[in-house]
Design a protein around this ligand. Structure first.
Ligand code: C5P
Length: 272
């Protein structure tokens, strides 16, 4: 029987940068959340590790053996090989942690099939700043470069969410490099809702004001027109998310966005 895992789309409900480190990485505080939809991984026991990729965004990926999925697999000790089929539904370089979500799903596959080594968190952090959060894919706070995780009261579980990507790829290091040292300070609030509502995304200002990526400005304006509870860019963009009170309001917003911008990528779901 295959093991089937969803690589849940990651969003940053809030992201405040604190300082630039000597190694070029940035210390930050972020509120991670996950949509109950994303890429799909189908895994089977096999003689040797193998990865096959299909789906809408397959062409945007590098050589599969350079893919974060394959790296995750090779970093985890196991008695046997695993054959993986990855269905790439999430856009790449999109602020959704697509590769990190896939890697996190690989960790869950290996946990199911063989169990994880005790130092799985260190192994995940070496693969990328978002990967540890993507292993459990539950709403949480990330500190340090995003790898130090702390639990949070999740009063946003089930919240209807719409994701919109105007189909521009954004190179994350380019956005961080533009940071001029002014951040949102510490995240404020006790629960996920309080933190999300009172926070912001410091990278959004860079993308919309410094880099002036017009498609992101347009995506944010279009989401604003649908009267969401909250709308914001995720990570370094270009994907923007909007939260709604009801699935009906979210689906109405989806119809409006699809009519006005049929060329944009969209995804709906509920927060986990
Ligand atoms: O860790 P990951 O490979 O996902 O990060 C991609 C890039 O984003 C890094 O090379 C770095 O330029 C930037 N980044 C950063 N500070 C973070 C996370 C990522 O500067 N906390």
């Amino acid at each position: 029987m295959p093991v089937i895992e969803t690589a849940y789309a990651k969003i940053n409900l809030a992201l405040h940068i604190q300082r630039r480190r000597d190694d070029g990485y940035h210390e930050l505080e972020t509120l991670f959340a996950f949509v109950d939809a994303g890429d799909t991984l189908t895994a089977r026991a096999a003689e040797a590790d193998r990865l096959q990729v299909r789906g809408e965004f397959v062409d945007a990926l590098d050589d599969p053996f350079d893919n974060l999925v394959m790296k995750a697999l090779t970093k985890l000790p196991r008695p046997g090989g695993i054959e993986l089929l990855l269905e790439k539904n999430l856009p790449v370089a999109a602020g959704l942690g697509g590769g990190s979500a896939d890697a996190g799903a690989v960790f869950r596959v290996v946990r199911d099939m063989h169990g994880l080594p005790d130092d799985w968190h260190t192994r995940a952090a070496k693969l990328g700043a978002d990967v540890p959060a993507c292993v459990d894919s539950v709403t949480c706070i990330g500190r340090g470069t995003g790898t130090e995780l702390a639990p949070i009261k999740n009063d946003l579980a089930g919240t209807p969410v719409l994701l919109v990507n105007p189909r521009v790829m954004i190179f994350t290091p380019q956005v961080f490099t533009e940071w001029k040292g002014i951040g949102g300070g510490p995240l404020k609030g006790e629960t996920a809702r309080e933190i999300a509502m009172s926070g912001g995304n410091d990278l959004q200002k860079i993308v919309t004001e410094d880099l002036q990526i017009l498609e992101v400005i347009l995506a944010l304006n279009s989401l604003s027109d649908t009267n969401p509870v909250l709308h914001r860019m995720s990570g370094s963009g270009a994907t923007c998310f909007a939260l709604y009170e009801t699935n009906e309001a979210r689906d109405d917003a989806l119809r409006e966005i699809n009519t006005r911008h049929p060329e944009w990528w969209t995804l709906t779901g509920n927060l986990r």
